[in-house]
Structure formats: structure tokens, C-alpha cells
Write a protein that binds this ligand. Structure first.
Ligand SMILES: [Zn+2]
Length: 152
């Protein structure tokens, strides 16, 4: 069941962050089943004068065609491990990650998701937390990498 926000007639779906490389090519003549997860995201200052309490956020979880699963955002593509939905802090500002870290992130622990990047502009009503799928094995890999490569 999908509900658009108040006064809206469309539902915006957050595409997976690595979606372009992971999503299958879809044929417009075929019928697919899209599974979305909808979560209410509360704004920190929500409810105060002029600020809405929050908003509904939809995220793509699964694409199925007949009995075949074409895409599943709940399974880590590196570890083929079932992930769990967790609350993660949103980090604002320019991320200061080394090139090496980003390279490892892509290939060894893409779903560690210790933080979600919120972009450079932050305002009082910017949300502080988001929800994300996290892979236990990715989190272990990230911790191991951080121990081997302490930040100066
Ligand atoms: Zn993983």
C-alpha cells in the first residue's frame, strides 16, 4: 500500500545508491513487481512553526518478474548475506575519505553503511538519522580495515 504525502499525487522512490550498476535492464513491454519500503522520517525540529513534522520516504527493495527476483536490495551482493534494516546517522559536509578507503568500500564492504551521506547543505530541519540496510560481514570487513589503516 502506497501513500503519497499530503497534497501530493506522486510517490518519489529513493533508488539504491549503487542502483545504476546493480539494477537489471527493464523491458517496457513486460510486467514487473516492484516492492518498496515506506518509512516516516521525522524532522528534528518538526512540528515547530512552519516546519512539517516529517515526510514519507520510499525506497526500492525488490524487483520481481513472474517468479524470478531480478533485484534484491536486502542481500549484500558481495557476501550474499541477508542484511538487516538499521538506523544510521546522516553525516553532512564534505566527506573526508581517502581514495584507498573509498576503493575498499566499493569492493570489500559496500553495505557497511556506518553513515549515510547527507550532502553539503545542512539546516535546522535536516534529519539526523536515516534507515539503511547493513551487512554484518561488511561491518566486520570495515572494522578490520580501519584497524589496519588507522586515521592519522
Ligand atoms: Zn556484505
Amino acid at each position: 500500500m502506497l501513500s503519497a504525502g499530503e497534497g501530493e499525487n506522486a510517490v518519489f522512490v529513493a533508488w539504491p545508491k549503487d542502483g545504476e550498476s546493480q539494477l537489471p535492464k527493464l523491458d517496457p513491454r513486460e510486467t514487473y513487481r516492484f516492492e518498496l519500503i515506506q518509512e516516516y522520517q521525522r524532522f528534528p525540529q518538526g512540528g515547530l512553526e512552519g516546519i512539517p513534522a516529517g515526510h514519507w520516504r520510499s525506497e526500492l527493495i525488490r524487483i520481481e518478474q513472474k517468479d524470478r527476483t531480478l533485484y534484491d536490495a536486502t542481500i549484500c551482493r558481495i557476501h550474499q548475506h541477508q542484511m538487516s534494516r538499521q538506523t544510521v546517522p546522516i553525516s553532512y559536509g564534505l566527506p573526508l575519505f581517502s581514495k584507498e578507503y573509498l576503493e575498499e568500500l566499493k569492493t570489500r564492504f559496500p553495505n557497511a553503511n556506518s553513515a549515510v551521506l547527507g550532502g553539503c547543505s545542512v539546516s535546522p530541519d535536516s534529519p539526523k538519522y536515516s534507515r539503511s540496510f547493513r551487512c554484518e560481514r561488511c561491518m566486520q570487513e570495515e572494522r578490520a580495515w580501519e584497524e589496519q589503516n588507522p586515521r592519522g
